[in-house]
Design a binder for this molecule. Structure first.
Ligand SMILES: [Zn+2]
Length: 199
């Protein structure tokens, strides 16, 4: 359920952020975008965190949580999570200003994460001549490259948050996961890892 997924993903994604154990869900509010998790985190650090060993992202905790909330809303919008086979084409169609040149090319478990990130950029304002140049999987997590006419810290923050969160979400199904070793690195839940251990 959405509550377990929020805590299951946030706990690991914010592991190196001071005050992250103060994160608490206060309500889940229905909206057109899906169920929105409202949270409070009285002592969670607001600034970017220093890069820790094995952690891709350093983006601030509240930005990570904002993208996670949008991701879970999209995932649970229709009740049980459902991902059509052509999700990448549909997503590129729904978010043309983000993905018109390059649709995401990853497993379906990250479809809602791409949507959460795209939605956050649209909500904050798409920079002039924004275009995604690559949106793929590398070493078990997302790499999102883009170009824009203007430098936008908030777009960097959002794409960093998407990349960071992908290390804690199963690329196959979207449940909480972690990066597994064995031949190639891939972020998976217990079910899809089939016994492969964490990297
Ligand atoms: Zn899975």
């Amino acid at each position: 359920m959405i509550v377990d997924e929020f805590y299951g993903i946030a706990r690991h994604a914010l592991k190196n952020h001071p005050g992250s154990d103060s994160v608490r869900i206060t309500a889940i509010v229905p909206s057109a975008m899906g169920p929105v998790v409202q949270w409070e985190a009285p002592i969670l650090a607001r600034e970017r965190q220093r890069k820790a060993l094995g952690v891709v992202g350093v983006v601030a905790g509240p930005v990570i949580l904002e993208v996670l909330v949008r991701t879970l809303a999209a995932r649970w919008r229709k009740g049980a999570p459902y991902c059509p086979q052509d999700w990448d084409v549909r997503l590129a169609g729904r978010y043309q200003r983000i993905f018109q040149r390059q649709a995401p090319s990853t497993g379906p478990g990250w479809s809602w994460l791409w949507e959460g990130g795209a939605q956050a950029i649209v909500a904050a304002g798409v920079p002039r001549n924004f275009r995604t140049t690559d949106a793929k999987d590398k070493f078990g997590s997302i790499r999102w490259y883009y170009e824009a006419e203007e430098d936008c810290q908030y777009v960097d923050d959002i794409t960093d948050a998407v990349e960071h969160l992908s290390s804690f979400i199963c690329e196959d199904c979207g449940s909480p996961g972690r990066i597994r070793k064995g031949g190639w690195l891939r972020c998976q839940c217990e079910l899809h890892a089939k016994g492969r251990t964490g990297a």
